[in-house]
Ligand binder design. Structure first.
Ligand code: GRG
Length: 325
């Protein structure tokens, strides 16, 4: 592996992260994918309300199952496991993956809509043609919108199956929807669209990404914590971790966009084309990398501050800036 994006630490440090994370990811990622398959079956059987046609169901399958790192659901699962203090070798209940899948449903809709001609007009996503290029704009718009309430329903039913209290169930669904909404992802996307062609200052760029990308990543931690029934202090520490890795994730994204090729990324690097402010344009590559690393240190410190023993969350934090796509 070369080091074109320069975010990678030494081979030893990389090896240490991989040693902890790889077996865990190999175990949990297929379980998340199974939960996403359950979502598709449930939607096709009319579970989300029944009004979707075959084109929209195929578009949902394309957007939801077409690859991706599954970072948001994996964070949710890791947060739940850390808070529920399950033994390392104990299996995660399916219901936790169902709750986690609701985050991927929101994420998938956002990417399907973001790629549409009225937004990024993207040809490629995860190395494949984008959903609207395969299934058409109308089906993609409809399918994406249908995923939003469907996600809330899946989060709710997952919580009920897991045995969460009604209060915790409402809190989990509400954490997801607030993060997806105007003060979170949608609001961030809106600010981003308005900011095209403008040189944003550091504070504005941070605020934009805290909403656009950070809110959903943070909700992944909060939802996992709430579903496990932890106290408010620990839940907030996990959100603090989420906010820090959210910012680091975006800085790493900008570095990758500036340094990796389309084949590695699975999409066309687009920030420069769209004349967007990025952490690289603001700080330069070296300073951007240093800022990403500082955020990761802060994320891990947030876990230590509440004595949360969470080696997987620590490894995911490091992975966020070491990833190659
Ligand atoms: C109409 C204003 C308005 C909003 C609609 C389209 C939309 C809602 C929001 C878009 C939000 C967006 C595109 C956020 C980007 C998030 C991001 C960094 C995506 C890449 O995440 P990864 O790397 O992707 O986790 P994979 O492919 O691994 O799943």
């Amino acid at each position: 592996m070369d080091d074109r994006n320069g975010l990678h630490p030494s081979a030893d440090a990389r090896g240490a992260v991989a040693e902890v994370l790889d077996p865990w990811m190999k175990r949990e990622t297929p379980r998340v994918d199974e939960a996403l398959q359950r979502v598709l079956r449930w939607v096709a059987e009319g579970g989300s309300g029944g009004a979707l046609g075959p084109d929209e169901i195929e578009a949902i399958g394309h957007g939801l199952l077409g690859g991706g790192k599954r970072l948001r659901p994996l964070l949710c699962v890791a947060a739940w496991r850390a808070c529920a203090e399950v033994a390392d070798d104990a299996a995660t209940p399916d219901a936790v993956h169902d709750i986690a899948a609701s985050l991927e449903m929101i994420h998938a809709y956002s990417l399907m809509h973001d790629d549409l001609p009225c937004m990024d007009d993207a040809e490629l996503r995860r190395g494949q043609p984008t959903t609207h290029r395969v299934h058409g704009e109308v089906a993609t718009m409809y399918a994406g919108a249908a995923l939003i309430p469907a996600a809330a329903l899946r989060a709710r039913s997952g919580c009920r199956t897991l045995g969460c209290s009604e209060e915790a169930t409402r809190a989990v669904a509400s954490e997801l929807l607030v993060a997806a909404g105007g003060s979170g992802m949608v609001g961030g996307q809106w600010v981003d669209l308005l900011g095209e062609g403008m040189a944003l200052q550091a504070d504005d760029l941070d605020a934009l990404h805290r909403m656009k990308t950070g809110a959903l990543l943070t909700a992944a931690l909060g939802m996992g914590a709430l579903a496990a029934g932890v106290d408010a202090g620990r839940a907030e520490a996990l959100r603090r971790y989420g906010r820090a890795i959210g910012l680091a994730f975006q800085i790493a994204d900008d570095v990758l966009d500036a340094t990796a090729d389309a084949e590695t990324l699975g999409k066309n690097p687009s920030d420069t084309d769209l004349d967007k402010s990025t952490y690289v344009s603001l700080y330069g590559l070296d300073e951007a990398r240093a800022r990403a690393t500082a955020q990761i240190d802060g994320a891990i410190e947030a876990l230590h501050a509440v004595s949360l023993d969470a080696p997987i969350l620590e490894a995911i934090a490091r992975y966020v800036v070491e990833r190659e796509r």
